[in-house]
Design a protein around this ligand. Structure first.
Ligand SMILES: Cc1cc2nc3c(=O)[nH]c(=O)nc-3n(C[C@H](O)[C@H](O)[C@H](O)COP(=O)(O)OP(=O)(O)OC[C@H]3O[C@@H](n4cnc5c(N)ncnc54)[C@H](O)[C@@H]3O)c2cc1C
Length: 313
């Protein structure tokens, strides 16, 4: 068992450029605006800092959790034990070489898509409205409007569990529907190379505007959420939002958590929601859908951390 004060002091002594915080509120780092504190939150600014802390965690058996923009996670109310790492500084840079964009995994996906537009490169338009980071999007094989990361990722540079730098081609990511090998945890995506195609900037911008309009018309973008809560069912013709709506669950609420009136596949934080509220609402939605459609909805959002009661023990 590690002592977080000792680990925190040790990390400060490393004199790294990246910020280190103890007992850091994770609600501030997630789009749901929910969740207890991280023992330690660290923002490495370069590969050497990420390697150093990954190795420290491995040596001292400290759990390490990667966080991107926190737009697909629900942090439980007791927070996260160990170190939460969120890439910053030089790990957020974007550059172009020929038809490729090299994106630091900490960069926002929207910035990467806008950069591709400025460079007259097509293929990332679908990603412009997905609010995650490049690393989070690759880990989740994020997608929209018929495209997903798998279609544009050429390769990624990553750190393995031992802190060695590796290079993976697209196939090596084991992409599946909202899945990749990085969901097993322990490795860190550092940079992803997108293979795009030359395109006319006005046409690329037109597609981005069209997707954005569709998103604004259908999603509750004005309320904190983590996007679609559930994965699309495997069976043809079944859609999560309409199924939940058919169960009469639109607007259903537990505490501050509510099934969105605009899109029943989203749960929003209408103010003061706890992770326990969200999890109970998820349980109720799943039970109703199972009863009516005999379908077990699986969550797409990643639930991390420990429950509040566990913290008090
Ligand atoms: C309003 C809204 C709309 C959304 N629309 C869509 C959509 O259209 N399509 C879609 O697919 N998703 C959508 N999402 C969900 C979410 O934005 C995506 O899944 C996004 O890719 C998550 O990225 P993130 O950086 O926020 O990851 P996080 O939520 O921070 O993390 C997600 C997972 O990635 C891991 N991770 C993050 N960074 C790294 C890294 N560098 N190395 C290794 N693992 C890492 C984390 O450990 C975690 O397991 C939406 C969310 C919201 C709030």
């Amino acid at each position: 068992m590690y002592d977080k004060d000792i680990i925190y002091q040790r990390m400060l002594r490393y004199r790294m450029k990246g910020r280190v915080q103890k007992d850091a509120a994770l609600a501030r780092e997630t789009s749901f605006q929910i969740g207890g504190p991280a023992d330690i939150l660290f923002f490495p600014e370069n590969i050497a800092e990420a390697v150093r802390v990954l190795k420290l965690c491995r040596r001292e058996r400290i759990p390490l959790l990667l966080l991107g923009n926190g737009t697909n996670v629900l942090v439980r109310d007791g927070g996260v034990r160990g170190v939460v790492m969120k890439l910053g500084g030089g790990l957020c840079e974007l550059r172009r070489e020929r038809d490729r964009i090299f994106a630091g995994a900490g960069a926002s996906l929207a910035d990467a898509a806008r950069f591709a537009l400025e460079q007259g490169l097509a293929g990332l338009e679908f990603a412009c409205g997905i609010p995650g980071s490049v690393g989070g999007a690759v880990c989740m094989n994020a997608g929209a409007y018929g495209s997903e990361m798998r279609d544009v990722v050429f390769r990624s540079v990553f750190l393995d569990r031992e802190g060695n730098v590796g290079l993976l081609d697209s196939l090596g990511h084991d992409f599946g529907y909202r899945k990749s090998r990085f969901q097993e945890g322990g490795s860190v995506i550092l940079e992803t190379e997108f293979l795009l195609a030359p395109g006319r900037p006005d046409e690329i911008a037109g597609r981005i505007a069209e997707y954005q309009a569709r998103r604004e018309a259908s999603q509750p973008l004005d309320a904190p959420s983590a996007g679609s809560v559930f994965r699309r069912p495997a069976a043809e013709g079944l859609y999560v939002g309409p199924m939940i709506e058919a169960c009469g669950m639109k607007g259903a609420a537990v505490g501050g958590a509510m099934v969105s009136e605009k899109h029943a596949g989203f749960i929003i934080n209408r103010g003061g929601a706890t992770a326990a509220d969200v999890l109970e609402l998820i349980r109720r939605v799943r039970a109703k859908v199972r009863e009516r459609f005999s379908v077990d909805l699986e969550t797409e959002i990643r639930v991390v951390g420990i429950a509040a009661e566990a913290q008090a023990v």
